[in-house]
Design a protein around this ligand. Structure first.
Ligand code: ZN
Length: 468
């Protein structure tokens, strides 16, 4: 006899082919992450001591040493964070604690929706707590040691709370609807769920610049009127409106400099960090702006959305196909399929595989960046300010000037700096030439989902976080 109040579970992990295959891919991913990192650091130690020719005069030996120290520090910390997160996940999966968490989440035989919300909330708790010391150390030790952190502890705490509240307010209703559809949407639930999640993502993309980002930063029209006029001139050439340009108080958190393009429809905007505005000359700022105008003009955000939604449809179909396979549940100690447990297990089992698809996203992202650089060149007709801006960005952000080619190919959302600069210098278009614009549409960057972030600066010193 089964009673609703006492769900049956047998917290025994089955050592079967499914589990070993998963563990194989999981550990292969960890090994790949560690190896790529070591390769990159070894490359830096070998080549990072001499100043590349184009950087002569911009970067000196002292700066070069700072770049090496920051790159090594953040890479080590990044890999430690990643491996700790992975270890935690393995403990959750292999200790047999999951069926216990499910019984905690569902003490009175709550329905799939309420039980599922509680299950996911309980599951995310250990990761949330574990991330706290890592975030503190990353901000107040690593970033502070290299002169970047300007965050006070108060700002850090408020950010944490706002982020938590926001993910509860946005995530919980979406998850509830998703679980409702799995339970009651019939055999085509995955199609309705895909449409729903897609619409939700469009809504977020549209609201992000006007509603969500302002929860964390202040966005204002540029103060410098002379610059505003020049921007209006430049954007006028591209048929874009200058009132879509904002400055953001990034200096409240960090001295890193950057710019990005984001939004959909009327919410489209170019955002310049205040740190970039104070560190760069007017002509360099205009070059950065021209690059962002390229993302705008070439429809990079909508193109990303279309490709991501196509992939997401495949994902939902795949999840639906295997959600009812009993082996998945038995392997992790569950006696019978439960929709929310299945959703967690299936997405967790597949996530290490997605890592190996990351370079695909990076390849397309770099293609977008080259398109934006080409467009900027077409607009400004002069590579010199753009080259100067890139050099200053690299120097200000302590970006790695000599990444290992394989590392850059795998992770970089932007082409490595030297390649970008060389390309700009070599490819000044002749009068009337439009061949730079004729590249067929690229696709997306998996890492840059919500906004076309890091509009211009290379990922350099910031380690990629392959878990997100
Ligand atoms: Zn860009």
């Amino acid at each position: 006899m089964e009673s609703a109040a006492q769900p049956q579970f047998n917290p025994m992990i089955q050592l079967n082919l499914l589990l070993f295959s998963f563990l194989g891919v999981f550990l292969l991913r960890s090994a790949a992450q560690v190896l790529l990192d070591r390769l990159n650091i070894a490359h830096l130690r070998k080549h990072g001591g001499s100043i590349p020719e184009v950087f002569q005069g911009t970067v000196d030996q002292e700066k070069l040493q700072k770049i090496s120290a920051y790159t090594v520090d953040s890479a080590r910390f990044g890999i430690l964070t990643t491996l700790t997160d992975q270890a935690l996940l393995l403990v959750l999966l292999l200790s047999g604690v999951l069926p216990w968490i499910q019984s905690l989440a569902n003490p009175f035989g709550l329905g799939v929706v309420t039980g599922g919300l509680l299950f996911f909330a309980l599951l995310s708790l250990p990761g949330f707590i574990l991330d706290i010391p890592f975030s503190l150390y990353g901000n107040f030790v690593i970033e502070a040691r290299h002169g970047f952190n300007t965050k006070t502890l108060r700002v850090w705490v408020v950010d944490l709370l706002k982020g938590l509240l926001l993910s509860a307010l946005l995530g919980a209703p979406l998850l509830a609807l998703l679980l409702f559809l799995i339970q009651s949407g019939g055999p085509l639930w995955w199609l309705w769920a895909w449409a729903l999640v897609g619409l939700f993502e469009l809504l977020i993309l549209w609201l992000y610049p006007v509603l969500l980002a302002p929860l964390f930063n202040k966005f204002e029209p540029l103060a410098n009127q002379d610059l505003v006029r020049k921007i209006a001139d430049l954007l006028g050439k591209a048929d874009l409106k200058a009132k879509g340009v904002f400055q953001m108080d990034a200096s409240r958190r960090s001295r890193h400099t950057n710019a990005y393009f984001t939004g959909l429809g009327k919410s489209k905007r170019i955002v310049l960090y205040d740190t970039l505005l104070t560190s760069h000359t007017e002509e360099e700022i205009l070059a950065v702006l021209a690059h962002e105008a390229g993302h705008w003009k070439k429809w990079h955000v909508p193109k990303q959305v279309i490709i991501l939604e196509a992939l997401s449809l495949l994902g939902f179909y795949g999840v639906a196909k295997i959600l009812d396979v009993p082996l998945i549940y038995q392997t992790f100690g569950f006696s019978q399929p439960v929709a929310y447990v299945g959703l967690f297990l299936v997405t967790t089992l597949f996530s290490p595989l997605l890592y190996f698809a990351e370079p695909l996203g990076a390849v397309f992202s770099r293609r977008f960046e080259r398109e934006a650089d080409d467009y900027a060149l077409l607009l400004t007709r002069d590579p010199a300010p753009m080259v100067k801006a890139l050099k200053r960005l690299a120097s200000d952000n302590l970006s790695n000037l000599t990444p290992h080619p394989l590392y850059a190919w795998f992770y970089y959302s932007h082409p490595p700096l030297l390649e970008r600069i060389r390309r700009l210098q070599e490819s000044l278009p002749g009068p009337g030439s439009t061949e730079f614009l004729s590249n067929p549409a690229g696709a997306f960057s998996a890492a840059e989902h919500r906004k076309r972030a890091d509009g211009i600066s290379p990922p350099g010193g910031n380690p990629p976080n392959p878990n997100h």
